[in-house]
Design a binder for this molecule. Structure first.
Ligand SMILES: [Zn+2]
Length: 234
């Protein structure tokens, strides 16, 4: 064992160990010629260049309702009161369930991607610009759309970062290469004729190229561009 850390989140204690498990990264991946591009979707959580999509609801409608009711209750309760403490515990439980599901989803997805493919291309968040939000989130009507879009994006970014970490972790055991690709215009570019046009992004979910007419799920189209971008740089 190399180190141990202890942490707590109010109700539970956690002990994490960092161990040297003796596992070495294999020289060759079991599927050496398989490559996939992955896009963090707006409509679905993860879209792949082979057309597969993964999504999961992290909070049930019942839990969303319960969360709202608990928050209203909390607002009425006196600071430091026993009832307020009980409400806080209940709120944390709802959040914990959501976090656990997200964690499961990320681990499962990372494991599957890195096991099936020797090369996984993901978009590099640092180089991502605002083009992605031009259509899809901010254009949607409603109140406080801009703020909500910003919030959704930050939540998505967080999940995306976790997926990348999980991928890198699994990659060590499988010999998978994880390549981060500059992601500018991946959502506006046609994966067939390469033309970039924001108008091709017909809706959040749909891509239809204004030049060649190629139509497919917008996130899958973007994932194909991510894979191609990776081939260009490697
Ligand atoms: Zn096209």
């Amino acid at each position: 064992m190399r180190s141990a850390t202890v942490s707590r989140d109010g109700q539970h204690w956690y002990v994490s160990f960092l161990v040297d498990d003796g596992h070495a990264t294999p020289g060759q991946h079991p599927a050496p010629n398989s490559a996939v591009g992955v896009d963090r979707g707006v409509a679905v959580a993860v879209a792949c260049s082979d057309g597969t999509m993964r999504d999961r609801q992290f909070r049930t409608p019942g839990e969303t309702r319960r969360h709202r009711v608990l928050q209203q209750k909390l607002a009425r309760q006196a600071r430091g009161s026993t009832n307020r403490k009980k409400t806080l515990v209940a709120l944390r439980q709802v959040k914990r369930r959501e976090r656990d599901r997200r964690h499961d989803f990320v681990s499962w997805t990372a494991n599957r991607l890195a096991t099936r493919h020797a090369l996984v291309a993901v978009e590099d968040l640092r180089t991502r610009n605002m083009t992605r939000s031009a259509k899809g989130t901010i254009d949607a009507p409603g109140s406080k759309v801009k703020q909500k879009a910003g919030l959704n994006r930050s939540v998505l970014d967080k999940g995306w970062h976790k997926l990348q970490l999980a991928l890198e972790n699994v990659a060590r055991y499988r010999g998978t290469r994880i390549v981060k690709v500059p992601a500018a215009y991946t959502s506006q570019r046609c994966s067939v004729c390469r033309r970039v046009d924001p108008e091709s992004r017909e809706s959040q979910a749909r891509f239809r190229c204004t030049a060649c007419g190629h139509a497919e799920n917008a996130d899958v189209n973007a994932a194909k561009n991510v894979l191609r971008g990776c081939r260009k740089i490697s």
